[in-house]
Every structure is written in structure tokens, then in C-alpha cells.
Design a protein around this ligand. Structure first.
Ligand SMILES: NC(=O)c1ccc[n+]([C@@H]2O[C@H](COP(=O)([O-])OP(=O)(O)OC[C@H]3O[C@@H](n4cnc5c(N)ncnc54)[C@H](OP(=O)(O)O)[C@@H]3O)[C@@H](O)[C@H]2O)c1
Length: 256
């Protein structure tokens, strides 16, 4: 199985390094060399090149990880290789499988449109994806290959925007919460590095509790809000300042 990754930026390099497929031949192309050198320092077995055509030549799976406005030129350059591939995986925001099939000019390959978030770089990503022309077999090959990047959820094209808002843009929103909570901790006397590490670990713990118990967030909140205690005072102060309304408004504003 030959896999090509076109573009070795944040997404392309994270995906290339995380790809799981013991018997795959992975090739990555990028115009500038330092990004390719960085990939090879993480995973020496990967073949890197400055030529997209060399990377894509004979590839069964082609992963397109360039900016959306670069995509038409890359597709034009690789039209033959793309038309002969078994699957085309694109992470370019806003280019849906039907658009991609139109640009490539063929319905033959299976199309995968992915919206990952930046945590794919540490194997803890949250990726939403939708497909066109993909059967169960090729979908399993692609999801197994990408399983090292974190979690993947298959949704309809209509749901991709919401997925992007909560998980991809959501990375920035989670970081803003971490920064704000740490600022509060510093005002109460913690060192900034201690406060930031503690808030990050608290979020990790909150996520682990929800996942392991399958509980609703409100159930977990009930466990820490003693009647008349300090947590409910803190929560009510946050809500009075518009916390939930601000988050919902932010998510809803994250539409292209
Ligand atoms: N970052 C996110 O959170 C995120 C989330 C979801 C989806 N995405 C999508 O992922 C895609 C890549 O984003 P990114 O953040 O990884 O961007 P990035 O870091 O700028 O990476 C893009 C890469 O494409 C390379 N490139 C430019 N022209 C090329 C060409 N003609 N052929 C091959 N490679 C070329 C660039 O190389 P040089 O720098 O050497 O020119 C760069 O390494 C975008 O379409 C974006 O919509 C990103």
C-alpha cells in the first residue's frame, strides 16, 4: 500500500508522523525542505521529496494537506495520480467531498473530507470526517491508518461545520478557558506555570471522568457542588458574567 501526503505543514506533518500502517510506503512532499527534515527526524522510514508528482506516483491513498486556496493548483498538477488513487483524503477546510470530486474530475476514488484539530500532533486529535464513494473496506483502511492521530467521528457533510466549531475552533476556546482559569489562580496566589499546569490537568481529568463513566457534565458538577459551598458560588458568579451564553455564542459564531 502506497500513501502520499501532499503538504508538510502543521496538519500534513502531524498526520504523516502518526500514520499507522505497518506495510505502507509513506511519501511526503513539500516545497520547503526544513519541514521534510523535521518529519524524517521523527520517522526516518518516510520518503520525503520536493516533488508532489514523485510523492503521488502510484499512490493508493493520497492525503492532501495544503491550504484551501492552494488545492486547485495541486489537483491540477496531480490529476492523473488522483484519478488513479483508491482514496483521496483532504483536510482543506470548506472543500467538501462533492467539490473535491468535481475538481479531480472523477467519481472513481473514495473521497474523505477531514476536519482535524491541532492535537493530532500529539495523538490526541479530534477529527470529524465525511465521505463520498467510500465502502466499508476502504473506510476501515483509512480510519485504521489515521487512528494514531486520535479520535475520528464519521458525520454527514451538513454536520462538519458543527464538528469544526466544537473541536477544531474548539481547541482555541479550550486554550482561552485554560488561560482565564490560570489568571484567576495566579490572582489567588499560584505561580503562573503551576496554575496553567493544574488547569490543563483538571481539564484532562474532567474529560477522563466523562469518558470512563459516560456521565452528563451536570452529574459531575453535582458531585463537586456542596450546598452552600464555594464551588456553587464560583459557578453562579461565572454564569452571572455570562459564561455559558458566551461559549454558546462563540460556537454558533464559528460558522464560515
Ligand atoms: N490548523 C488547523 O487547526 C486545521 C484544522 C483543520 C483543517 N486544517 C486544514 O489543513 C490544511 C493545512 O493546514 P495547516 O495548518 O497544516 O497549514 P500549513 O502549516 O500552512 O501547511 C500547508 C503546507 O502546504 C505546503 N504547500 C504550499 N504549497 C504547496 C504545494 N503547491 N504543494 C505541496 N505543498 C504545498 C506549505 O509548504 P511551505 O510552507 O514550504 O510553502 C505548508 O507546509 C488547510 O487546508 C486547513 O484548512 C487545518
Amino acid at each position: 500500500m502506497k500513501t502520499a501526503v501532499i503538504g508538510a505543514g502543521n496538519m500534513g506533518s502531524a498526520i504523516a508522523v502518526a500514520l499507522r500502517n505497518a506495510d505502507t510506503d509513506i511519501r511526503v512532499s513539500n516545497p520547503s525542505q526544513p519541514k521534510l527534515d523535521r518529519i524524517r527526524s521523527h520517522r526516518p522510514g518516510i520518503h520525503t521529496t520536493n516533488s508532489n508528482r514523485e510523492a503521488a506516483d502510484g499512490a493508493d491513498i493520497i492525503i492532501l494537506a495544503v491550504k484551501p486556496w492552494v488545492m486547485p493548483a495541486v489537483i491540477e498538477e496531480l490529476r492523473d495520480e488522483l484519478q488513479n488513487a483508491r482514496a483521496i483524503v483532504s483536510v482543506a477546510a470548506g472543500i467538501e467531498p462533492a467539490d473535491l470530486a468535481g475538481l479531480v474530475g472523477s467519481d472513481k476514488p473514495a473521497y474523505f473530507y477531514l476536519i482535524p484539530n491541532t492535537a493530532v500532533a500529539v495523538g490526541e486529535g479530534m477529527t470529524f470526517y465525511c465521505t463520498q464513494g467510500a465502502d466499508e473496506k476502504i473506510e476501515k483502511i483509512i480510519t485504521d491508518m489515521l487512528s494514531g492521530t486520535g479520535k475520528l467521528i464519521h458525520v454527514t457533510p451538513r454536520e462538519m461545520t458543527a464538528g469544526m466549531a466544537v473541536a477544531s475552533c474548539g481547541m482555541a476556546y479550550a486554550m482561552r478557558y485554560i488561560r482565564a482559569a490560570a489568571q484567576g489562580g495566579v490572582e489567588l496566589g499560584l505561580r503562573p506555570s503551576t496554575a496553567t499546569a493544574a488547569v490543563a490537568q483538571t481539564l484532562r481529568g474532567a474529560a477522563a471522568l466523562l469518558e470512563s463513566r459516560g456521565s452528563h457534565p451536570e452529574e459531575e458538577i453535582d458531585r463537586v457542588t456542596t450546598p452552600g459551598g464555594v464551588t456553587i458560588k464560583g459557578l453562579n458568579a461565572m454564569e452571572a458574567a455570562g459564561f455559558s451564553a458566551a461559549v454558546v455564542a462563540g460556537i454558533k459564531a464559528s460558522r464560515p
